[in-house]
Design a protein around this ligand. Structure first.
Ligand code: TXA
Ligand code: MG
Length: 303
């Protein structure tokens, strides 16, 4: 049913293993434009095309380098987006004027069924209002986009809770533009030459979306190494791994970094609903998903 809506040019939110996406037919410019409108997304921020089968890469990408093929073999379907040279048939509105397109094949069972039924690649940014935390529940999608989109495919809370790892595959080696649950070490286990972008020190970012305000709750976000040092706990919330946080107005103690990542964005949203002023986020070691988690927390703290 929802797949039929995509073919008719409507916009449909759907769950993936990372966060919920807001999808439209990549080849339907009017539908793609509606995504930007619904999200209030800046037009210079490109979208990721989601595929239900590997064959669909052919309609999107003009060139797939051997190392990109190796990454697909290893990580598709999964939380990885590869940036590839686009074909002429991909409209520029989807890629924000770039000649490249991000391609991802989700592994979430409902997303896979939906994408297969659509029969066309589906461009989908995270299904939040621009600048807000990405939605990890269908209720978060509803909260931001009710009345602005056509349909929400309701699934469970998303498993990973942070967006996919984005890797630029247009150069001579993979360049990680955004960290996700697949880390640099995972990419290097397939292509040892892979590097992380140093765009933070350049003025023209390769991944335009990263320069925009991101992941921000209304509350101020502070990063703390030692939560016991925080005295001001009224109107404040704490999320982290250490138990010493329980006399805050609100807290979430995660059993490990994966559970912390899974809960982070929904915790931000809960804090906003409850009028929390400051959210203290405990710093975690930047290993495994900890690296992506700290990346998102840092961006939220800048917001
Ligand atoms: O996990 C995810 O990736 C989720 C789910 C729905 O798949 N999608 C998502 O989309 O996070 P979005 O639009 O919120 O973030 C896409 C990121 C942005 O930082 C954007 O700049 C970057 O990917 N990106 C997309 N296409 C690109 C391209 N052609 N070149 C460089 N960066 C690109
Ligand atoms: Mg987003």
């Amino acid at each position: 049913m929802a797949a039929g809506l995509i073919k008719r040019g409507w916009v449909v939110a759907f769950p993936t293993e990372t966060v919920y996406g807001l999808g439209a037919d990549v080849f339907n410019e009017a539908a793609v434009e509606r995504i930007f409108k619904a999200k209030r997304r800046p037009p210079d921020n490109p979208l990721i095309a989601h595929i239900g089968s590997i064959e669909q890469v052919g309609s999107l990408a003009a060139e797939v380098k051997p190392f990109a093929r190796d990454l697909m073999d290893r990580f598709f379907p999964g939380p990885l987006t590869l940036v590839l040279q686009k074909t002429d048939s991909v409209p520029l509105i989807a890629t924000a004027g770039l000649d490249t397109i991000g391609v991802r094949m989700p592994r979430h069972p409902l997303a896979r069924r939906f994408l297969k039924a659509c029969g066309t690649p589906v461009v989908a940014p995270s299904a939040n209002l621009s600048g807000r935390p990405s939605p990890t529940t269908w209720r978060a999608v509803f909260e931001d986009l009710n009345g602005r989109i056509d349909c929400i495919l309701q699934g469970e809370a998303t498993e990973i809770g942070l967006e996919s790892t984005v890797v630029d595959c247009t150069g001579h080696r993979p360049v990680v533009l955004r960290l996700g649950s697949i880390g640099l070490d995972d990419i290097r286990s397939v292509i040892p030459e892979a590097v992380v972008t140093d765009e933070q020190v350049h003025s023209a970012p390769k991944s335009p979306g990263l320069k925009h305000k991101h992941y921000s709750p209304g509350a101020a976000v502070r990063i703390v190494a030692d939560v016991s040092a925080v005295k001001d706990r009224e109107g404040a919330a704490y999320i982290g791994l250490t138990r010493n946080g329980t006399d805050f107005d609100k807290h979430f103690i995660a059993r490990d970094a994966a559970a912390y990542a899974h809960h982070l964005f929904e915790f931000f949203r809960e804090c906003d609903r409850e009028g929390i002023r400051t959210i203290y986020c405990e710093a975690v070691p930047e290993a495994g998903i900890g690296a992506a988690l700290m990346d998102r927390i840092r961006r939220a703290a800048q917001g």
